[in-house]
Design a protein around this ligand. Structure first.
Ligand code: EPZ
Length: 416
């Protein structure tokens, strides 16, 4: 397995261009299952997870052309089975359930199983699809779903679920009648998907609020659309600038998607300003300690919690970080402690006592965003950091070592 080697101490300076959002591109690519004909999607990031979802859809009979501008044609679906060996590598595969039942009337999708950050159940996806009239049973670890035609319903999500909202929105667009999703997720990626579906001829309103209304239509047509910039990648670079006392222009991002992080980074003393085409993030000599609580959008993103904790490990006092979205998203803490961080866990909170310096060490990535936090730690740590299991980082960051070395970081990837 590849490793990433960092020598800490360089201040990041210069410009970085943000890629398309992984968590928008995944549901948008899957939405092609709802139409025949060639869809064209722009700004698709080059990531392992994108290659995984393409592999899954090819098995269904979907055709692909291109890469960053991706053309997709699901005119000839031959299979509706999402196998365990693929689904277990990427939970977002569950997104095919709604569109397959809506378009084909059936689906056999492996339950994703848990992952490092939590049990990650999909009970809310299943219950909502049953509310739309699908018959679903669990057999041999697979969800077997069927429905002659889904019918509109009012659905209340017990929890704000991003892919749950996306899955059911894609199911409801072809249902007979009106569907109302209450307590829907408000993430920008949900809005991006709703815009793409409306471009296909769907009738969705309220995306971005917690009540989404979908008027079912009989069929949809192909669309040309763009994926929004990745707010989590952008936020990761903003934090990296703060960690190294650098000054970075983060381009082709949407500052409006980063309000919670921007507010918190300013509270630590960073200078965050809007510039043409993006954001300028400048670190301060002294990192002020602040408290952080992750929440569904527009709250502080759970996907930026590990990265923020790393910054606060060098804070000038005590920070309390509370993770309210996932039950086990502190896998990075043990590795940060090995680099000299002073962190104590209490339930779903981490008490971070700022230290003067982190020290480089061999560390292991456990999940996508934990990997990003360890890279950020290595950028500032004294000495050499060696990160193993970098396949985690490749799932969600396009060429992160190239982007960071272009900003002056001493970072290299060593092929296994
Ligand atoms: C999406 O995951 C993202 N993935 C995650 O990003 C992100 O961390 C998460 O939303 C929260 O923002 C994609 O969009 C592909 P949820 P998702 O359903 O949809 C519980 C990354 O790093 N829940 O919003 O799976 C669940 O266990 C990834 O890019 C149920 O209990 O997350 C969690 O505690 C990691 N039952 C909470 O809801 C359900 O049926 C929020 O999960 C569904 C969810």
């Amino acid at each position: 397995m590849d490793k990433i080697i960092l020598q800490g101490g360089q201040r990041l300076r210069g410009e970085v261009a943000i890629s398309g959002a992984k968590n928008a591109a995944l549901p948008i690519i899957v939405s092609s299952l709802l139409t025949g004909g060639w869809n064209t999607f722009h700004n698709i990031p080059d990531l392992v997870d994108i290659r995984t979802i393409k592999r899954l859809l090819v098995d269904f009979g979907v055709e692909f052309e291109g890469k960053e501008t991706l053309r997709v044609n699901a005119g000839n679906i031959k299979s509706c089975v999402a196998p365990y060996d693929l689904v277990k590598t990427m939970r977002a595969s569950i997104l095919v359930l709604g569109p397959l039942v809506a378009r084909m009337g059936r689906a056999r999708v492996s339950l994703p199983g848990g992952c490092a950050i939590g049990a990650r159940p999909v009970n809310l996806h299943v219950k909502a699809l049953q509310d739309l009239g699908a018959e679903i049973e669990l057999k041999d670890g697979y969800l077997e779903a069927k429905a002659s035609r889904l019918k509109g319903a009012t659905i209340y999500f017990d929890l704000s679920t991003v892919t749950g909202t996306e899955n059911i929105m894609m199911a409801a667009v072809l249902a007979r009648g009106t569907t109302v999703l209450e307590n829907a997720a408000r993430e920008p990626e949900v809005v991006n998907l709703a815009d793409v579906l409306n471009g296909m001829g769907a009738k969705i309103s309220g995306a971005g609020t917690d009540v989404i209304t979908i008027e079912g239509v009989d069929s949809l047509h192909p669309v040309e659309a763009s994926v929004i910039p990745d707010r989590i990648e952008a936020g990761t670079f903003m934090i990296a600038a703060g960690m190294t006392g650098g000054d970075v222009k983060i381009l082709s991002c949407n500052p409006g998607h980063l309000d919670a992080l921007t507010a918190k980074l300013r509270e630590t003393g960073m200078e965050i300003s809007l510039i043409e085409g993006g954001i300028r993030a400048a670190g301060s000599e002294r990192i002020g300690s602040v408290d952080v609580k992750t929440l569904p959008y527009p709250g502080f993103a759970t996907d930026l919690q590990a990265q923020m904790m790393t910054l606060l490990a060098l804070g000038n006092g005590l920070s309390v970080i509370t993770e309210t979205v996932f039950e086990n998203r502190f896998m990075h803490v043990g590795e940060l402690i090995r680099m000299g961080a002073d962190i104590v866990l209490q339930g779903n909170s981490a008490i971070v006592k700022g230290v003067k310096k982190l020290r480089g060490a061999p560390v292991m990535a456990t999940d996508l965003r934990a990997s990003a936090s360890l890279i950020i730690a290595g950028l500032a740590a004294k000495g050499k950091t060696e990160l193993s299991r970098v396949y985690h980082i490749d799932r969600g960051y396009q060429q992160i070592e190239k982007k960071l070395s272009a900003l002056g970081a001493d970072i290299t990837r060593v092929k296994a």
